[in-house]
Design a protein around this ligand. Structure first.
Ligand code: RFL
Ligand code: PHB
Length: 392
């Protein structure tokens, strides 16, 4: 098989890239190792920045997002038993975020890809990339008992943090920046109507907790646990008990409880691989960088990377101009590092660090007090949370 751009991974990055390229008349083949059901059902992100929403609308894949997405013009920061409102839209000239599950985004994008009739292989086994620094890089894999080979002009490594593309780059050609956190998140999806219209980020002496949602019927909640926590240790009753202890505020607000539909533990990490290119392989999304979920940035960064990559490839195929391809990594990394900074800051400000001294905890509370009483501080939070501009 021959194509222009071989894409490894059918998460948000790979699917968005495939569609952006298709709209510019550039051919691609997408190769994914999991099944379609698995990719759609994986419960992950929920918050889309304004720019990600605008992108999906412009791409013509925003119909369900517009109908079912929950637009939020604010959020709450809760500490010392009180919720403090941050009016995102008022502080950012009208920008907002939209709560719409990543699995819904992926479902919409798979629908759009399928309608183009271009190849999207699920359940590909032994996926490997070859000849990265040549003019004809290749993807090989097994599918339905057959060996397949895709010869490409360019490869896009959109295969997430545990994928095969980043490890295929010689270690001398990539520098890794990394930080692990001494905690993870236990997350649940509950059959309960959200008891607040906006997200609530809580700093509590027992640790961080987050109230979110997926629909008018489904609440999504998280709380901080030790990094390797065994979910088997947590009965549903114990989870609710801990959620309510951390989230209930002095005015009596608390999440509604209900049947737990799904639960899991997520580790927290900050990670950047530089540069995001090796030869004709371009890394995009989680394959190149990971942020802790506190800033709700991961999926949105995947989207901004592929916007830059699609523009660069379009400019190359239209005008033979490689300048944007050469600047891809530099352009993406500027935004990536700002999202790293913001995610680290949200994480450090709201979580309890096991080795922190009393001084650190009091300073954290002062940080939150300042944040929620200074318009300047809230504006900084708001402009980062709704998303910094996508630059090309
Ligand atoms: P993905 O989604 O991991 O997709 C990569 C795809 O590649 C496939 N793959 C392979 N395919 C072929 N061959 C191989 N060898 C392969 N190895 C892997 C995988 O099966 C998969 O389908 O990466 P992508 O596209 O870069 O997208 C990134 C986002 O998924 C991620 O950043 C977000 O989920 C992070 N995240 C959040 N981001 C936000 O913007 N807003 C949020 O509110 C938010 N909340 C979250 C989150 C992530 C979470 N977890 C579980 C890590 C909340 C949580 C709990
Ligand atoms: C979610 O709804 O899953 C969610 C919301 C905000 C975050 C992370 C996850 O910061």
């Amino acid at each position: 098989m021959r194509t222009q751009v071989g894409i490894v991974g059918a998460g948000p990055a790979g699917l968005l890239l495939g569609h952006l390229l298709h709209q510019q008349g550039i051919d691609s083949v997408i190769v994914e190792n999991r099944s379609q059901e698995y990719v759609i059902e994986r419960v992950r992100a929920g918050v889309l920045e304004q720019g990600t929403v605008d992108l999906m609308m412009q791409m013509g894949v925003g119909e369900r997002l517009q109908q079912q997405g929950l637009r939020h013009e604010g959020l709450y920061i809760s500490f010392a038993g009180r919720r403090h409102h941050v009016h995102l839209a008022e502080l950012t000239g009208g920008k907002a975020i939209t709560v719409y599950g990543q699995n819904e985004v992926v479902k919409d994008l798979i629908g759009a890809r399928t309608a183009t009739g271009r190849p999207l292989y699920f359940e590909a086994a032994q996926v490997a990339v070859h000849d990265l620094d040549s003019a004809r890089p290749r993807i090989t894999f097994q599918h339905g008992g057959r060996s397949e080979e895709v010869t490409c002009d360019f490869l896009a490594g959109c295969d997430g943090f545990h994928g095969i593309c980043r490890p295929a780059i010689p270690s001398s050609a990539v520098k890794i920046y990394e930080r692990e956190y001494p905690f993870g998140w236990l997350g649940i999806l509950a059959e309960a109507a959200p008891s607040c219209e906006e997200l609530v980020y809580t700093s509590h002496e027992r640790g961080f907790a987050l109230f979110s949602m997926r629909s008018p019927q489904i609440t999504r909640l998280y709380f901080q646990v030790p990094p390797e926590e065994d979910i088997g240790k947590w009965s549903d009753d114990a989870i609710w008990d801990e959620m309510l202890k951390r989230m209930t505020t002095a005015d009596g607000w608390a999440p509604n409880t209900g049947r737990i539909l799904q639960k899991g533990v997520t580790p927290m990490r900050s990670f950047v691989a530089e540069p995001m290119r090796y030869g004709n392989l371009f890394l995009a999304g989680d394959s190149a960088h990971i942020v802790p979920p506190t800033g709700a940035k991961g999926l949105n960064l995947a989207a901004s990377d592929v916007v830059v990559l699609a523009k660069a490839l379009t400019s190359f195929y239209r005008n033979g101009d490689p300048v944007l391809l050469d600047r891809y990594s530099e352009i993406c990394l500027r935004r990536v590092w700002k999202a790293q900074r913001f995610s680290w800051w949200m994480t450090s400000t709201l979580h309890r660090f096991p080795d922190a001294a009393e001084f650190d905890y009091r300073r954290q509370l002062a940080d939150l007090d300042y944040l929620t009483s200074s318009r300047a501080a809230m504006t900084s939070l708001a402009e980062n949370y709704v998303g910094l501009p996508m630059e090309v």
